[in-house]
Design a protein around this ligand. Sequence first.
Ligand code: 0PR
Length: 365
Amino acid sequence: MREIGCSEEELLSFFSRCKERDTSYDRILSSMCTRPHPVAARVHALFMEANLGDPGLFAGTATLERLLIQRIGELLHHSGAGGYATSGGTESNIQALRIAKKLKPVTCPNVIVPESAHFSFDKACDILSLEMRTIPLDAGFRMDVESLDSRIDQNTIAVVGVAGSTEYGMVDPIEEISAIARDQGLYCHVDAAFGGLVLPFMNRTIPFDFSIPGVDSISVDPHKMGMSTIPTGCLLTRDPSHLSLLNIPTPYLTVKQESTLMGTRSGGAVAGALAVLEYLGEAGMRAVVSGCMRNTERLIDGMETYGFPPVVRPDVNVAAFAYPKVPSGWHVSWTRKGHLRIVCMPHVHRSMIESFLQEVGDSCA
Ligand code: 0PR
């Protein structure tokens, strides 16, 4: 560290040069994050110093966190859901499996996830010493429930379904998965980190939420399709008392127990996440989602025209193609099976899709 601090001018000049090296969202087709909505950025700045880790000191911000959970609970058909704002899908998934582990204490616990599960489940299983059993996908890239029953045994503590898979944008058959879990008395968690703020705003209904009786908890990330600032995830539980299973005594805080994984937590990001939902309302969110879905369809049509049909028709705004080249100047990603993957986030405007398609067309010519 420097002995004497530098001038503000020197500081900002260095920081701006570093920021210039960041990729502009105008070229990013691979991310599930997006430019924050201006309202999120503005509100985040207002709540910059608020630490939700000690909610008694920031009672107003804590009210906003409760409202955020209530709004998302209502959206997911359970206005009485418990929950809290996490740092993202990873924390939500870890915490859901912690709850499942507390509910069923066995000596060698295992959890069942689809092959499409996000790598946060590898982390969760490592941290919690859980065996992770994966179920293959069917031809439509959804969990093949046929083989689910046979993988469950007396040490299974939870079954996980994904609503909006990271690589192919598919929604697992949550009704069937949760019915099997329910029959076997098992905890059922739905990872809707991505789809949770897409599916409620689509024209067609794909069941994935608390309207399905067997679903115990859901991960939903405002810092993905909720256009909030990073980091904001949410874990929602059907039974609000489940969170208290994670309580740890916190003698010197304003609250005497804490169930969150993080200690210090960003009030700004949480306030910003609620601000976007309040500002846009359901109609505004439907407009954003319908724009993203229309762009996904345009991308699929265009790629099909050039001879690259989608690997699967996605349920949400993630499309994958067997495309052999690396598009220059664009940040795309590849799935574990080697397919080109594009996420049509709100920052991916129609003009970006058109110029990407033009480049694909030129490279075929
Ligand atoms: N569950 C699902 C279904 C996800 O897609 C992700 C993240 C998570 C959980 C974990 O969420 P957090 O990263 O918030 O803890 N999915 C993307 C991924 O890691 C996110 C991402 C974001 C990827 C930005 C690329 C990128 O540039 O693959």
